[in-house]
Ligand binder design. Structure first.
Ligand code: AMP
Length: 122
């Protein structure tokens, strides 16, 4: 089951050019831009331009061209931001349990400092 896509979400508005963004890399299918409230020295969001709600929707329904382009842009962002050698974290929140704020699939790339454990122990 795929959640319904809401084309009024803020990332859809960024893709349509209705809201500005700080672009890192843009291709035909993918946009990488800086998070407006960075949680680490490097905090870049990577989004497909197509209308996908979350990672599962994108993985199930995107074309091969979109999937490959997204993966390649992810690598290019990590290289350009200089986080390959010291490491980074790639996170994608989904739905209520994942505490996803913006219902357009996005991958957070975080780095530039030691990030601690991924989750607090319950
Ligand atoms: P998530 O909780 O995974 O949905 O994360 C949404 C992220 O989008 C948050 O880290 C926000 O700081 C970020 N964000 C929200 N609005 C904008 C915007 N206009 N430009 C860049 N990042 C944004």
């Amino acid at each position: 089951m795929t959640r319904r896509y809401d084309d009024q979400n803020i990332f859809a508005k960024i893709i349509r050019g209705e809201i500005p963004n700080s672009t890192v890399i843009e291709t035909e299918h993918t946009l990488a831009f800086r998070d407006i409230q960075p949680q680490a020295p490097v905090h870049v969001l990577i989004i497909p331009k197509g209308p996908y709600v979350d990672h599962a929707d994108f993985a199930a329904n995107a074309s091969e061209a979109e999937l490959v382009d997204f993966a390649r842009v992810t690598a290019q962002v990590c290289e350009a931001e200089g986080v390959i050698s010291d490491g980074f974290r790639a996170i994608s929140n989904a739905g209520v349990h994942g505490v996803q704020e913006v219902p357009h699939y996005h991958l957070h790339i975080l780095g530039g400092r030691a990030l601690g454990r991924m989750l607090a122990r319950a």
